[in-house]
Design a protein around this ligand. Structure first.
Ligand code: RB5
Length: 147
């Protein structure tokens, strides 16, 4: 499975730890940066990962900033992206089961790396349940189409 990952300066150490962890588990990682500790603008990196998810270059995306909030907002501006900020595994599980999330975001200043790894594991191994949840996800897509 191919995973795109992107981050701002606040999340560089976290990104490196998560990348190494997921590579060790056999995931193929595409790193969209930043790889610099210099202050930068999180929407730039969120958009890069989101575009890769939307055009099928990668299967899922992971976006990390200080809170996970700003970068998730940017990702969700790309058509077809459902990016959910998760600070614990339950939300990560439900974001896949019910929302068919295709991107995970979290905050490097909010959670530690071990919790982040559990969240990634849950997100990447949980399937969408479909059924009535597909109808609701379709309505979200319709809203996107109207705007
Ligand atoms: C950067 O200081 C910080 O604003 C950013 O990482 C993120 O938390 C924004 O939502």
């Amino acid at each position: 499975m191919k995973i795109g990952i992107g981050n701002d300066h606040a999340a560089l150490d976290m990104k490196n730890e998560i990348m190494a962890y997921l590579e060790e588990k056999g995931y193929e990682i595409v790193n969209f940066g930043t790889d610099s500790p210099e202050s930068c603008d999180y929407p730039i990196y969120g958009e890069k990962v989101a575009n890769a998810v939307a055009n099928g270059e990668v299967d899922f995306g992971i976006a990390i900033c200080g809170t996970g909030i700003g970068i998730s907002l940017a990702c969700n501006k790309v058509n077809g992206i459902r990016c959910c900020v998760c600070s614990e595994p339950y939300s990560a599980e439900m974001s896949r089961k019910h929302n068919n999330a295709n991107m995970l975001a979290f905050g490097a200043r909010v959670i530690g790396p071990e919790l982040a790894k559990m969240i990634c594991d849950t997100f990447l191994t949980t399937e969408f349940e479909g059924g009535r949840h597909q109808r609701r996800v379709d309505i979200i897509s319709e809203i996107e189409g109207k705007n």
